[in-house]
Design a protein around this ligand. Structure first.
Ligand SMILES: [Fe+2]
Ligand SMILES: [Fe+2]
Length: 173
């Protein structure tokens, strides 16, 4: 089951509960001039996440694809997304780009420096390098300054189907 929730204006959480892992896998979509997808999910979730994104905007129009660290729930289907969204720029920490993505990614991924900012149109974002937080030395987090929203990856990791607890502007059926 996948639920799409607008958590702040033009910021959506895509949440899929995976019973085999007793875990919900989340991605975040920022609807802006240059749409941004934070986390891709695993390869087996590619079509599910793509279809969820399509409820909000054209997935092929995604322009930024970012992730906190090199694990499959964060960026497993990165190459599927880079193939689908030809104009998209992948991004992660500079460590992640140097250590992993130069070999893994379909095309070069931008390594963000600590505190680096960029805009996607009306939203301005700041990348924070956070080595080993939540885990992995390539870790980093994204802060949407405009929406005052921190995309904190696995920081509050817990098991179970807790989708119903999220407080949002509206669920997108
Ligand atoms: Fe992780
Ligand atoms: Fe994770």
């Amino acid at each position: 089951m996948t639920i799409v929730t607008e958590i702040v204006q033009d910021v959506y959480r895509i949440s899929t509960y995976v019973p085999e892992r007793n875990l919900q896998i989340n991605q975040f979509l920022i609807k802006d001039d240059e749409p941004l997808l934070w986390h891709t999910g695993q390869n087996f979730l590619f079509q599910t996440v793509r279809d969820a994104v399509a409820k909000i905007l054209d997935p092929a129009g995604i322009r930024w694809i970012g992730f906190s660290h090199f694990e499959v729930d964060e960026c497993g289907s990165l190459n599927e997304w880079l193939a689908l969204a030809q104009g998209a720029q992948g991004f992660c920490s500079s460590v992640g780009a140097r250590v992993n993505m130069y070999d893994y990614a379909l095309r070069p991924v931008k390594g963000m420096e600590n505190g680096e900012t960029f805009t996607t149109g009306t939203h301005r974002h700041r990348f924070q390098a956070t080595p080993n937080l939540p885990h992995c030395w390539d870790a980093g987090l994204l802060f949407d300054e405009t929406a005052s929203t921190l995309f904190c990856s696995d920081l509050f990791h817990h098991n179970g189907a807790v989708i119903k607890e999220v407080v949002g502007r509206s669920d997108i059926g």
